[in-house]
Design a protein around this ligand. Structure first.
Ligand code: TYC
Length: 113
């Protein structure tokens, strides 16, 4: 009785050619996150900034007061981290609210490393 030998590509579902089926790591990348920054200025009232942080960033009065003081002393602070779309919305809401109240408060966003 002759022994049968499988030859290259004569076997059903041949996976011996490494160029055909190679395990690759899934290339799914998480979407980047964006820091929303609040900037200090000399004119916006402290209570207005506290109100902004409560209203648009869901902070308690105590949290908002603490972050406001950090911005006042250090010049800038991260007030939240969001997807690009949510960060843009928050920046727009703060800038619009400040403009409507004629305060020079500035809010920007920055891509996280
Ligand atoms: N520096 C402002 C003042 O003394 C208060 C202030 C805090 C303004 C934070 C902006 O993002 C700000 N009235």
């Amino acid at each position: 009785m002759l022994e049968h030998q499988w030859m290259m590509s004569d076997k059903p579902d041949d996976e011996s050619d490494s160029s055909v089926l190679v395990e690759t790591r899934p290339k799914t990348k998480r979407p980047p996150l964006y820091k929303v920054l609040l900037l200090n200025d000399d004119y916006t009232p402290m209570e207005f900034v506290v109100h902004v942080l409560e209203r648009f960033f869901g902070m308690t009065h105590a949290q908002a007061f603490e972050i406001m003081l950090t911005v006042h002393k250090k010049g800038v602070a991260v007030v939240g981290v969001f997807s690009h779309e949510i960060a843009e919305t928050k920046v727009g809401q703060v800038m619009d609210f400040a403009r409507r109240h004629q305060h020079p408060l500035q809010c920007t966003m920055e891509r996280e490393e």
